[in-house]
Design a binder for this molecule. Structure first.
Ligand code: ADP
Ligand code: MG
Length: 551
């Protein structure tokens, strides 16, 4: 028990560091249990891991705060942030995340009303010997303190907790409402879209708040906030135009993040996009394995079969074509594309270029001619930022102009301009169904390859590294760890068994998580991870240098 742990640590004071491993196991405290799960072998190794399980009676969370999965995730998101705050400068660390409220292993509400918190601790040493006094302060004083001050409803800041939960619940309800209204996204009036910098995701101070154009304004009644108004972006093809630096990419980035719920005060609490929204971009140098890119690419000079296309070093255009096809294969219903990160030759081919370079000598069919078939026959909407070419006015269902950070609808003017023909001829009429690929279990090498995230830029899985820099909807390193664990789990659980298609594997994984929560991702891993979305899981699978496809 707690007194026992104290005396053990006193006895260990000054002993060899390796003796710390005798702490492994359960210690029962007043109101909670502490499990020491993994002890580092030396002071320089990755932190040791513990789990705190607060008893239901001590946690005291009202039933109503944990009555739905969304509320439970929000409560956990609040508690873990409170714990992180309380543990500052304690040598104990929790994975609280930042602006997004993700389902993460670091904090979970348990069935019955308990709370589980997972901690990392650098067990204190003096050189190679145990500093038992410092360890005692951390484990026997700071841990009970964080339980008392951060993980109990009785002592929590209950108003802030309620506000947090209601905000997340509203975000979620708003996102659920999109499909019923044939919308792909919603940006509330008053939302703050720009961030401080590329490495600081907090809201930009002094930003111009969002205001919806009247023609696109919709009003939605939310369970907690009541009625809110904002811009509804409909299904089909939405073109975002405007001068450079006027806020186009900022709007699109907010839509990319709209698949996540944001903490109160973020500015994007009421900026949502459908959960099947996927940002696609060019990514030269990536691997592409057996993807049918033939809608976009035909007769390559190398003679390669573009209906079954593989390369270890894709060009900008083929990488983007592959990203689009792979996203549709994984079940995307909405694509987001920004001219800043797109391959120009995949996006446009104007009348003059059509006249100069015969179709026979141009392998590429531009997205311009496929965006409509993709929407009409495959039901995939697109929101596209394109300030550099007017040709997309021919195919857009609506055109939005960003002008000094203000959105204006300019569909009518764009229609009038599009009435004058450009002389360009259409290069495609159809977007054929995407061929479903069947990944082989041997794509994941080794029984339990070591999973490690390098920020949100890369995943190492055993011997191989998966580049994820261009997978832009990854927002948290713990998602990357979650992807690595999920890939291994898909194979070990027999989901990825060489008979199921990519979409079937993703469906199966989604079902596992729906049934078991974070344990559906991994049951034994003691470190921190977050539940990944199916699209980022697919993106990682597709970028594995060892991916093999059976059919
Ligand atoms: P574009 O894609 O149209 O060239 P960006 O979206 O990249 O423009 O925005 C240009 C700059 O303006 C960025 O530094 C961004 O942070 C800033 N910005 C965007 N929206 C706002 C806003 N609503 N208020 C203040 N600054 C903004
Ligand atoms: Mg831009």
């Amino acid at each position: 028990d707690a007194a026992g742990l104290r005396s053990v640590l006193r006895d260990l004071h000054g002993a060899g560091y390796g003796r710390y491993k005798t702490l492994t196991g359960d210690w029962s405290f007043d109101g909670f249990d502490l499990e020491v799960q993994r002890v580092q072998p030396d002071p320089y190794a990755p932190a040791s891991r513990c789990e705190v399980r607060v008893h239901p009676g001590t946690a005291g969370l009202p039933e109503q705060l944990r009555s739905t999965p969304v509320r439970a995730r929000a409560v956990a998101g609040f508690l873990v942030r409170a714990a992180e705050h309380r543990l500052r400068d304690s040598g104990l660390r929790v994975d609280a995340g930042r602006q997004q409220v993700l389902d993460r292993s670091s904090c979970q509400l348990l069935p019955g009303g308990g709370v589980r918190l997972r901690l990392g601790i650098d067990l204190p040493g003096r050189g190679r010997s145990i500093d038992g006094r410092a360890a005692e302060r951390a484990l026997c004083d700071r841990v009970p303190d964080v339980v008392e001050a951060a993980l109990r409803y009785a002592t929590a800041e209950q108003d802030r907790l309620r506000e947090f939960v209601e905000s997340v619940e509203d975000t979620d309800a708003l996102r659920e409402e999109l499909a019923a209204r044939d919308l792909v996204a919603f940006v509330a009036d008053g939302a703050v879209l720009p961030r401080r910098s590329g490495v600081d995701e907090r809201p930009l101070p002094g930003a111009v708040p969002f205001r919806s154009p009247e023609s696109m304004r919709v009003s939605v009644t939310l369970p907690n906030r009541g009625e809110v108004t904002g811009m509804g972006i409909g299904e089909g093809i939405t073109l975002v135009v405007g001068g450079g630096f006027h806020g186009k990419s900022t709007l699109l980035r907010a839509l990319e993040n709209g698949v996540y719920d944001h903490v109160p005060g973020d500015g994007r609490e009421l900026v949502v996009s459908r959960e099947d929204t996927v940002k696609v971009r060019a990514e030269d140098g990536r691997r592409v394995h057996r993807v049918d890119v033939s809608p976009f690419v035909s007769h390559l000079p190398t003679g390669a079969d573009t209906a079954d296309f593989s390369t270890d070093n894709a060009s900008g255009s083929t990488s983007q074509a592959a990203a689009i096809v792979e996203s549709v294969e994984a079940g995307a219903g909405v694509l987001l594309v920004d001219e800043d990160t797109a391959a120009t030759n995949l996006m446009i081919r104007d009348a003059r270029m059509q006249a100069l370079v015969a179709k026979e000598s141009e392998p590429l069919t531009p997205f311009l001619d496929l965006i409509r078939p993709l929407s009409r026959s495959r039901g995939v909407s697109t929101v596209l930022v394109m300030g550099g070419s007017g040709d997309y006015m021919d195919v857009a269902d609506r055109v939005l102009m960003m002008d000094s950070y203000q959105a204006r609808e300019v569909t009518d003017r764009a229609r009038a301009l599009a009435a004058t023909p450009t002389g360009r001829s259409r290069e495609a009429e159809e977007f054929p169904p995407v061929r479903a690929r069947i990944p082989a279990p041997s794509s994941i090498e080794g029984q339990r390859p070591k999973v490690r995230a390098r920020g949100t830029d890369a995943l190492t899985l055993g011997e191989s590294t998966v580049e994820l820099r261009a997978v832009e909807q990854l927002v948290d390193p713990s998602q990357v760890t979650g992807i690595g664990l999920a890939l291994v789990t898909c194979v070990r659980s027999g989901l990825l068994d060489g008979t199921r298609t990519v979409a079937e594997v993703l469906d199966g994984f989604g079902q596992r998580v729906a049934e078991r929560g974070v344990a559906g991702v991994d049951e034994r891993y003691a470190g921190d991870f977050a539940v990944p979305r199916r699209f980022e899981l697919a993106a990682a699978l597709n970028r594995l240098r060892t991916l093999r496809v059976a059919a």
